[in-house]
Design a protein around this ligand. Sequence first.
Ligand code: NOJ
Ligand code: CA
Length: 543
Amino acid sequence: MTRDWYTEAIFYEVFVRAFADSNGDGIGDLPGLTAKLDYLQWLGVDAIWLLPIFPSPLLDDGYDVSNYFDVHPDYGTLDDFRHLVKEAHRRGLRVIVELIPNHTSDRNPWFQASRDPNHPEHDRYRDWYVWSETDDRYRDARIIFLDFEPSNWSYEPLRGAYYWHRFFRHQPDLNFDNTQVQQMMLRAVQFWLDLGVDGFRVDATPYLYEREGTSCENLPETHAYLKRLHKFVDAYAPGTMLLSEANQWPEDVLPYFGDGDEFNMNFHFPLMPRIFMAMAQADRTPIEQILARTPDLPAGCQWATFLRCHDELTLEMVTPQERAFMWDFYAPEPRMRLNLGIRRRLSPLLDNDRRRIEVVNSILLTFIGSPVIYYGDEIGMGDNIWLEDRDGVRTPMQWDGSPNAGFSTAPPEQLYVPVIDDEVYGYQRVNVMAQRAAAGSLLNWMRKLIHIRKMHPVFGHGSLRMVAAKPSAVLAYLRATADETVLVLNNLSSEPQAVTLELPAYAGQVPVDLLSKTEYPVVTCGSYAMTLDGYGYRWLKLS
Ligand code: NOJ
Ligand code: CA
């Protein structure tokens, strides 16, 4: 049976603006990204996910779309995009773009017409957005961008009415009760499929419909539309991958897979903070608990897992006590906090401690799901919490030690945001070129683990069973298919651990370390003992 590619893929999330600037204007662009595809192929990832590249006023880095059918001039042209897709495919890399159905920019011509009764096209677009005479409808819907917006309603004087927005006030929500809106979004999908994309990361899926007396999240109407999206895509371009961004509890995410007829993939949001929590507490319990709450998926479906992304490290899917703990531990300075989260990158979160960075990546690459690596985390890039909103984790990729980190030839003051230039994470020290040359670098280590993961499909679609290792500082699990079994051990504590585990079902088998090739003593019916260094990890094939 051939498996769907995404069940075994490693994804790489790229902010085009941040990656590589080809024309010296201080802004990363599509030709710049295309020129770096050899690097991504060398790294070994299978698919690139591009943050929004559409025309936009960029008040939310492109999640405020003003035209769904073109490329932002900062990033290039549609031809540049075609070329990117061709060059990516030539290297065996797949290309995923964003679909942002829930809202548009307020500069989108649809909204311009909708808000203004004197606009020549007002009648056509009047009901494309969610309008109300008052601002007291849908009271049970939470506010997401808590640090920026006091309400989900904003007043539009031209129309003399309020419009609904789940995110920034400049991002009015489209009205999915309107059949023209429903169709227009499918037309946008078709447009990008025609350009050859391999899939969509669909933004903010829970919020498409609003109904009084509900949280306006995960509504049946929303699922019905998303199934229609799946059906459309399946008929038009079979094999296209749909990945949903639903920041919800596992039981609420499950319906987004449908019976395999809604999304192929969903991010596993609640797992992510629990990896950090388990590390902070040197105790696997948070990971164990969320796994126990994670349902089996329909055939052909897969989780997308991640450690960091372009947004704040979200703490929406934890209890208030857990959030307080996480803020205390990982965001001691108020400026590190944003909305219900933490605006820091992976390496600074882990104090730039190579051992901790390795063990969390060991978990990411061997636990359930297909991993998504955030650009720059493969070299341990830093952040700048003093930039606005989430810009601090979206700084230019650090290619080498030359001015502007080799990202751009523009004068430094012209860069879209400054490069990281501090004593620990500055581009002079942390960059691709230096790390490629250093055999023991984080980058070369990441590449090695990526390649090993890819040689063992068990990590993509094997079952996962927790092993009750002692002590609880060790996160241990078996990944298994009919062909292969791998035992993974991760020490979440800085202290070395003498681990014991019971593996009677595997008595007689010999564990061989996939990373070091070391052979360990044969497994017996009794308890099996092993020692792990502080933050040590092992991927042990049983054979
Ligand atoms: C989720 C995206 O990841 C985030 O960056 C964006 O601000 C919101 N959706 C609104 O589109
Ligand atoms: Ca440029």
